[in-house]
Design a protein around this ligand. Structure first.
Ligand code: GEM
Ligand code: ZN
Length: 375
């Protein structure tokens, strides 16, 4: 068998692949980092022969609990990604698959390439009321792209949405696709009403280098961008440096930072309850946002999520906390699952790009529910 990963976001190490039922693999660490969990590779197979793939050494991966109850995704056409038979024994992931064609791709979640990102930016900028600004370049020289949606006016709220600080969390950019599709739809009443009093600043991919490199969690220099928001630097975390500088120019009235979670099979948010300036105003806005999103879709819930930070104990290097504190605004980390939504499981596809798209569209309803009270 031949296994290849020399393409955008490719990541696998082949230990041996002599027999179809004994393919031994492992995952490369992020550059200059100990994090590893994202995988994406192509198998040149023998159709209609059972193949068994073993991904080893996962007890020391970034989030070992992420493998319990997890099913890998596969694709023949790189468009439709379906779940495959997967077992985890505490250290090794076993994938059993009988291909119907000569080659098949496997990945941790549906990949989102830099080419698709550039197409997203190109298409969006041609929409009415959408501008594209190059905020800067990354350590590998890729673009850090900002989309600004809505006519500029001082009275309008400034709503910032960032996605994929952690490059392996590709669901974040799939959600942004759905979010932008609806926001830029001139026939959508919710979008049109929002744009009357709100301007949107959207960064669809905060970490294009880590994305292309097949990293789980860091940029080209091995930096976890979601721990760089207190003191970002051009040398190590230019992605955060450029975005924060732009935020300081525009101001921020609502911030959403979109991520994926390896272990929890739910969609949920993490707020700023541990921030020094947290109080009743922000708490009420958080509740209104969550109630609106739960009313809009059963895909979102507020029962399962991260432990709450104790008062005054927020980690202010994290984007959500740093921006919420700096701008005294409603600020959320939004998490989607690598696995599935356990409240509404889909055996064939699990949590998927299509469901990310839909949640991105539904977000507009929750934003509208709070937008009149942001200040
Ligand atoms: C998480 S966000 C950390 C927890 N956040 C709050 N507010 N409790 C991270 O960066 O570790 C986001 C993620 O990785 O998906
Ligand atoms: Zn993340």
């Amino acid at each position: 068998m031949i296994i290849n990963s020399q393409f955008d976001s490719g990541n696998i190490h082949v230990i041996r692949a002599d027999q179809p039922n004994d393919i031994q693999l492992s995952i490369n660490k992020d550059n200059q980092s100990d994090f590893y969990q994202w995988f994406h590779f192509k198998l040149h197979a023998t159709p209609f022969v059972e193949h068994v793939l073993y991904i080893n050494d996962l007890a020391k991966s970034a989030y070992p609990d992420g493998w319990r109850g997890y099913k890998a995704v596969a694709s023949y056409d790189r468009e439709q990604w379906f779940r495959v038979d997967t077992e985890f024994d505490g250290d090794t992931l076993r994938i059993d698959f009988t291909p119907e064609y000569d080659s098949v791709y496997f990945a941790y979640f549906a990949p989102y390439s830099y080419e698709r990102h550039l197409n997203l930016i190109a298409d969006a900028q041609m929409s009415f009321d959408c501008r594209h600004e190059l905020l800067g370049t990354t350590l590998d020289g890729r673009e850090l792209n900002l989309l600004m949606i809505g006519e500029d006016a001082d009275h309008k709220n400034k709503i910032w949405v960032t996605a994929r600080q952690h490059p392996g969390e590709t669901m974040a950019q799939w959600l942004i696709e759905g979010f932008l599709t609806r926001l830029l739809d001139e026939d959508d009443g919710t979008a049109r009403a929002l744009l009357e009093n709100n301007q949107f600043y959207v960064v669809p991919n905060m970490n294009p280098d880590g994305s292309a490199r097949g990293h789980l969690r860091t940029n080209a220099a091995g930096m976890n961008l979601n721990r760089e928001w207190a003191e970002p630097s051009l040398e190590k975390s230019p992605e955060v440096f450029h975005v924060l500088k732009k935020m300081e120019q525009t101001g921020v009235d609502l911030f959403l930072d979109v991520h994926g979670d390896e272990a929890l099979p739910y969609n949920f948010v993490a707020g700023t309850e541990g921030n020094p300036n947290y109080g009743e105003r922000i708490a009420n806005l958080e509740e209104a946002f969550k109630q609106s999103l739960m009313a809009c879709t059963p895909e979102f819930q507020d029962t399962h999520g991260y432990p709450k930070d104790a008062p005054g104990q927020a980690n202010l290097t994290i984007a959500c906390n740093a921006v919420g504190h700096k701008f005294d605004c409603l600020s959320y980390t939004l998490e989607m699952p690598f696995k599935d939504n356990a409240d509404l499981p889909d055996e064939s596809f699990g949590w998927s790009p299509a469901r990310c798209h839909q949640l991105g569209e539904d977000l507009l309803v929750a934003i509208r529910a709070v937008s009149v009270n942001l200040r």
